[in-house]
Ligand binder design. Structure first.
Ligand code: DGL
Length: 269
């Protein structure tokens, strides 16, 4: 098998990274994918950066054992705490989500006020402030830690009728609206699931999804390294989890737009 035909490894703490898998399948249909959801340790957002770095190395080793040609970290929390350490240790391309989302937000904002909602660990890392400012130095970046959102998404409470979700979003978005932001980064790959709800709540604000923003970077990097799959064949995706495969299989369809029930395997790590 040529290097180009090898899969892209994608990992997240759980279901959220499937939003990135969906985007890759739709936009780079020849690519094969191996996905790892570290569902045993979800949520990452309330863990220390040391713990997450440990998970990130272990996830990377697992994906390498599957012969991946590149790794997409489909998790803001792992990216903001561990990507630098991973890139120091491995030579294969490792693409994150924080850089591309920050670049897009810096490009979209007109009033130079950008809001971020993300996990507590991502916010605590300061990665979004630093990275948005690296593209637009006089931009003000306001971040809010949103610990209630990942558990609500994992529980499928993403609709207008889910009071807890609407209340949580109001709690996190109100201070950002009061700051006058014109651009909001959904700094967690679980969050696109309630994109429509946020759009309805703040229709005049640009919304940047961190996961899908990374697609162009992934494509450009694979192209530059002559790693794009040129086979013309439809790619295949394999799904592994560290936790319970049946739960993941049952709920994965919501994130992926197509059922993966019965197709998820237990990762032996
Ligand atoms: N989806 C991940 C992120 O983008 C992690 C969420 C979590 O496990 O807390 O940050």
């Amino acid at each position: 098998m040529s290097l180009r035909d090898k899969p892209i490894g994608i990992f997240d703490s759980g279901l959220g990274g499937l939003t990135v898998v969906k985007a890759v399948l739709e936009n780079m249909p020849n690519e094969n994918i191996v996905y790892l959801g570290d569902s045993l340790n979800v949520p990452y957002g309330d863990k220390t950066s040391g713990q997450i770095t440990e998970f990130a190395f272990r996830n990377t080793e697992f994906l390498l054992s599957k012969g991946v040609k590149a790794i997409a970290i489909a998790c803001n929390t792992a990216d903001s705490t561990s990507k630098g350490k991973l890139t120091q240790c491995y030579t294969l391309p490792i693409i994150g989500v924080v850089g591309p989302a920050s670049e897009k937000a810096a490009r979209l904002t007109r009033n130079k006020k950008v809001g971020v909602i993300a996990t507590s660990t991502t916010v605590g890392s300061g990665a979004y402030e630093r990275t948005v400012k690296s593209y637009l130095s006089d931009c003000e970046v306001f971040s809010v830690a949103a610990p209630l959102l990942v558990p609500l998404v994992e529980a499928g409470k993403i609709h207008k009728t889910d009071r807890e979700m609407v209340d949580a979003l109001n709690l996190y978005l109100t201070p950002l609206i009061q700051k006058g932001i014109d651009t909001l980064i959904l700094g967690c790959t679980h969050y696109p699931l309630f994109y429509d709800l946020v759009k309805e709540m703040i229709p005049d604000i640009n919304i940047v999804c961190s996961g899908t923003s990374s697609l162009d970077t992934l494509f450009d990097r694979l192209k530059a390294e002559e790693l794009l799959n040129l086979s013309g064949k439809k790619g295949e995706a394999e799904f592994f989890v560290t936790g319970e495969p049946s739960y993941f299989g049952k709920h994965g369809g919501l994130f992926l737009g197509t059922s993966i029930e019965g197709k998820v395997k237990k990762a032996v790590i």
